[in-house]
Design a binder for this molecule. Structure first.
Ligand code: KG4
Ligand code: ZN
Length: 379
């Protein structure tokens, strides 16, 4: 079954064709991020206007890429079995562009339309089979099997716990099966991605903040303080990066709070610290966020003992977070498989929307589909 999916929840305009939920035939993403750099963040009205500008050519390209030997648009469309679209959460203007386009195509092409929750879809990056994976040549026997971008693809098994870390959400969910998503905990204020973005602004680093903090932090790690790249969350640290707090790290639940961390960075910047570089502050911010995400995830693994743990969302593209997840889970005797998608499937794209639609195939008549900007992960 081939699904053409559309994703326009924020500042990415994306369309993708995926076969049977796992095989990506095309994955086209246009981002207006460069334009939002000038304003230091997204102005929703601008993002929606750019969605309108990009949407048709992105859908057209996704069909051309998916069926390169088929030059005829009508026959490309005839290969599509269903359409899927993100209906929330997100920016209302951006969501409307994707949803109204999908509804129109559903009507004129006579194809079923599957409305998809963007947050749940992020988790499906772990079901997608990415090319060029090689069997991990790890001779050591480990209790944690890691299905990482460089290993042979294995679909997750249930029950699974997923951590969705994106720009607006930080949530743990328990999945007993496809379509059975139970919320376990999440942020009480800012999301981890939001914290990256706001701290980047405080540090005068460009939008989006996650990748720019990560790049700035890398300058510190390759400098004289190289040893700080050692593990912090699990001890064994020669030098601890502890300039900022790890909010709620020992709160004994699966909730987060990142707004205090942002305030701590703000307060720190009010005082002149001649010997602390911007690169060090970026590394310290990154380390604090990563420490909390990893520690809480280990708590969730130990408490629920799932068969799989699934990392997802834009922040999951963070190199330091990925590295620490692998180290910390492999250091413990946990009987589970850790799944981390390739970075391009962590950030917003439509392939995850198509995959989610395949495994949760519940089409709705196009007239009944409406955007829901406040949609929650388990609703
Ligand atoms: O999932 P996503 O692409 O969009 C939303 O659904 O929100 O996540 C965007 C968030 C932004 O806050 C961005 O700064 C963050 O993911 N992000 C990263 C990295 N790449 C994107 N955060 C840390 N490190 C990265 N490499
Ligand atoms: Zn997202």
């Amino acid at each position: 079954m081939k699904i053409l999916a559309i994703e326009t929840s924020c500042d990415e305009t994306a369309a993708s064709v995926v076969e049977n939920g796992v095989k990506v035939l095309s994955n086209v993403v246009a981002t207006s991020a460069q334009i939002h750099i000038a304003t230091g963040g997204i102005i929703p009205e601008n993002a929606a206007r750019l969605q309108v500008e990009y949407i048709i050519s992105i859908i057209q390209k996704s069909l051309v890429d998916a069926f390169p030997n088929d030059k005829n648009i009508k026959s490309q469309i005839s290969n599509i079995d269903a359409l899927a679209v993100t209906y929330g959460p997100g920016l209302v203007g951006s969501l409307l562009v994707g949803v109204e386009t999908a509804k129109t195509l559903s009507m004129i092409w006579h194809k079923p339309l599957i409305p998809i929750n963007h947050l749940v879809a992020h988790i499906y990056a772990n079901w997608i089979d990415t090319d060029k994976r090689k069997e991990m040549s790890d001779k050591r026997r480990r209790s944690v099997k890691s299905y990482l971008p460089h290993t042979k693809h294995q679909p997750p098994t249930f029950p699974a716990i997923a951590l969705v870390v994106s720009g607006g959400h930080t949530d743990f969910v328990l999945m007993r099966d496809h379509g059975q998503v139970k919320w376990l905990g999440g942020t009480r204020d800012d999301a981890a991605g939001e914290c990256f973005d706001k701290c980047a602004r405080l540090l005068d680093l460009p939008y989006p903040g996650g990748p720019s903090i990560s790049a700035e932090a890398a300058k510190y790690e390759i400098g004289p303080a190289r040893i700080v790249t050692q593990s912090v969350a699990g001890g064994n640290t020669k030098y601890e990066m502890k300039l900022f707090p790890r909010p709620m790290i020992n709160s004994n639940d699966l909730d987060f709070s990142f707004s205090g961390l942002k305030t701590a960075v703000y307060n720190h910047l009010q005082i002149e610290h001649k010997n602390i570089s911007r690169a060090q502050i970026a590394a310290e911010v990154q380390e604090a966020i990563v420490d909390v995400l990893v520690k809480k995830s280990i708590d969730a693994m130990e408490k629920y003992k799932p068969k799989s743990f699934l990392l997802s969302g834009g922040v999951a593209a963070n190199k330091r977070l990925r590295e620490k997840f692998i180290n910390e889970t492999q250091n413990r005797q946990l009987e589970l498989s850790l799944h981390i998608p390739v970075p391009s499937l962590c950030t917003d794209n439509a392939a995850v929307i198509a995959s989610c639609a395949y495994f949760n195939n519940s089409p709705i008549p196009w007239k009944e589909i409406a955007v829901n900007p406040q949609l929650e992960i388990a609703s």
